[in-house]
Design a binder for this molecule. Structure first.
Ligand SMILES: [Zn+2]
Length: 156
């Protein structure tokens, strides 16, 4: 639980479910409905660890929806439709270890780039094997543009 007395100003801390601002990657979102303690003088919010996790999860959900990104369940469905483990799907997408784990848990949300890549793979599952076969890395060789030229551009 939270303290009865505010550590900042000595004011009384009361139970609250008021909106709490939360920032992710420079974007702020107001999260409502998280039980917490609120100082009646300075407004300082006191959260339990569980409430903090709930706050983050809810902020992630709100921002993901605001950006129209795939939900954790949709990501899991795409991965399972390919018959891939979380680690294998991370290799396909070229993202770090445990990244897909966190997306599927809803603790963080994916970039727009990763989101589009997953939609592309959902619609054209054969791309998953292309992405891990090394073809994409071999094609741009010899191309002076090393800033991420696609094979299509390299040949076109
Ligand atoms: Zn206070």
């Amino acid at each position: 639980m939270y303290p009865k007395t505010c550590a900042e100003c000595g004011g009384r801390v009361h139970a609250s479910r008021d909106a709490i601002p939360f920032e992710i990657r420079g974007e702020s979102v107001l999260v409502e409905g998280v039980d917490h303690g609120r100082c009646n003088i300075c407004g300082e919010a006191y959260l339990t660890l569980a409430a903090t996790e709930q706050l983050q999860q809810e902020a992630v959900r709100l921002l993901r929806e605001a950006h129209g990104l795939l939900s954790p369940q949709e990501i899991r469905d795409i991965r399972r439709s390919l018959g891939l483990s979380q680690a294998a799907f991370e290799a396909v997408l070229g993202v770090g270890a445990k990244t897909v784990v966190r997306w599927e848990k809803g603790t963080v949300f994916q970039s727009v780039t990763a989101d589009r890549l997953m939609r592309l793979i959902r619609d054209r599952p054969e791309l998953a094997s292309t992405l891990t076969s090394g073809q994409l890395y071999a094609a741009p060789r010899g191309c002076p543009d090393s800033t991420g030229a696609s094979p299509a551009r390299a040949h076109g």
